[in-house]
Write a protein that binds this ligand. Structure first.
Ligand code: NDP
Length: 430
């Protein structure tokens, strides 16, 4: 049920929104003070985060409300520059909340580290030798990062893949060793890279080959997160479209994205609007998540939609999204970036699996909003409202001028920068 303090949250100004989050018990007064201060990265932190630092590049941070995930309410932080995304996430989450919320499943969190071996005299023999020495290899890997083993994680398994030579394209054969590593609450890039570097010399010695490289794979196929929702037809009605029509059109939209890579890329971009915004807000590496998600979308050999929408046994609409989500609840920038520390408290997840649940739900919600709008009224109506505000700001409007100019733009037949500038000039001359 909606908290009374959060009613019409989007109509409040920023200061009122922060106050409402405190009153609703979503954030503590200390965090409200941090938000009011801007959550900026301290200069010395920024200077040690990257090389050649010359400034800080900010993004707006929004709170998407109404998320009910596995029976618990969340305010979901989204760091994003694109208008409409936070509104769309909140609106889909509201519908899904009324339908019982998102349900997620995260089976395991095993990351993959690769060592590529080349110039192997006999691939088949080398594969057998590696498997015979599996226990030793796992031991060397685990000794190189004993702290993760003490925590209960570490390298748990190993497999070997033979990539045969491709003479047509002048590509030699490779023997690839995969370490399957439990990195617990961390995304684990540094843990994995330490381990694969450590086993390289031993692999060279036992195979008589040469190690080309050792590195994690961002294609985290053993770290999948799934969100599901079931929406009754009564919650799908939109304007002249009945719930049944909206359901069927959403299903057809997914079938289109399944069949056509040109559509699938845009369909998945809409999902990643939600996923990336939360991943960024959480302080995690969004390039890693992006790369893995798109590879997963192409796992059948054709790039397809990441989500599915289908008709349930009672006529309801069932949505599902599965993604590789190797995010961390510790490590990387999470404990040093003030905004990432704040969002961790805001979300209040218990562990990395909890964060995965929120991210995959944001992706599924975002997808529902986008395709529902596309197959009914189209997305321009909603977009144009925020686009008008961007134009007003670009034209130089400030404070209350932004609302006045953007409202005039929306009423006008022409919505472009020149028109916005003329409107602002007229307003100031009044
Ligand atoms: P860190 O090395 O910063 O953090 C992980 C460390 O946190 C662990 O090694 C462990 O250290 C400590 N830790 C404390 N509590 C726990 C716990 N409960 N579970 C697990 N670890 C714990 O980060 P990651 O290894 O996760 O790497 C993420 C960073 O790597 C990101 O910034 C990413 O951008 C970057 N990166 C990404 C690459 C890619 O995606 N291809 C490549 C290279 C880097 P200890 O045991 O010693 O206390």
């Amino acid at each position: 049920m909606e908290n009374k303090y959060l009613h019409k949250f989007y109509q409040k100004n920023r200061s009122e929104r922060i106050g409402a989050l405190v009153l609703a018990g979503v954030i503590h007064e200390d965090d409200a003070a941090l938000l009011r201060d801007g959550l900026s990265i301290p200069e010395d932190v920024a200077d040690n985060m990257i090389e050649n630092q010359i400034g800080k590049y900010e993004l707006p941070l929004g709170a998407a409300l109404n998320f009910l995930i596995n029976g618990k309410e969340y305010a979901v932080p989204m760091a994003i520059e694109e208008p409409s995304v936070v509104a769309a996430a909140s609106s889909a989450a509201k519908i899904i909340n009324k339908a019982g919320g998102f349900h997620t499943s995260i089976e395991e969190r095993r990351m993959i580290g690769q060592v590529a071996l080349k110039d192997i005299p006999n691939l088949e023999d080398a594969e057998n030798i590696i498997m015979e020495h599996k226990a030793n290899i796992l031991q060397i890997a685990n000794e190189s990062k004993s702290s993760i083993v003490k925590r209960g994680g570490g390298a748990k398994d190993l497999l070997v893949r033979v990539l045969p030579a491709d003479e047509q394209n002048n590509i030699p054969s490779f023997l690839v060793v995969h370490l399957h590593i439990e990195t617990l609450e961390a995304m684990g890039a540094n843990i994995i890279d330490t381990m694969v570097e450590a086993i390289k010399p031993y692999l060279e010695e036992i195979t008589n080959g040469k190690a080309l490289m050792g590195i994690l794979s961002n294609y985290a196929t053993d770290c999948l997160a799934t969100a599901e929702c079931r929406i009754p037809l009564s919650l799908l009605e939109k304007g002249e479209f009945s719930g049944e029509e909206v359901r069927d059109r959403i299903i057809e939209a997914t079938q289109f994205a399944y069949a056509d890579p040109y559509r699938a890329v845009t369909h998945n971009k809409g999902i990643m609007n939600g996923v990336d915004a939360v991943v960024i807000a959480s302080g995690n590496d969004w390039r890693a998540i992006e790369a893995g998600a798109h590879a997963y979308a192409a796992r059948s050999g054709q790039y397809r939609s990441l989500s599915t929408w289908e008709k349930g046994e009672n006529g309801e609409l069932i949505g599902r999204l599965t993604l590789p989500l190797p995010v961390g609840a510790v490590g990387g920038q999470i404990s040093i970036h003030p905004a990432a520390q704040f969002t961790k408290r805001l979300m209040g997840y218990e562990n990395a699996k909890g964060l995965e649940s929120i991210i995959v739900s944001a992706g599924l919600g975002q997808n529902l909003s986008a395709i529902k709008a596309l197959v009914t009224e189209g997305i321009q109506k909603g977009h144009m409202k925020l686009h008008a505000k961007s134009l007003a700001i670009s034209a130089g409007a400030t404070g209350t001028e932004i609302e006045v100019v953007s409202e005039k733009l929306r009423q006008s037949k022409k919505m472009d920068l020149n028109t916005a500038k003329e409107m602002l000039k007229d307003l100031r001359e009044q």
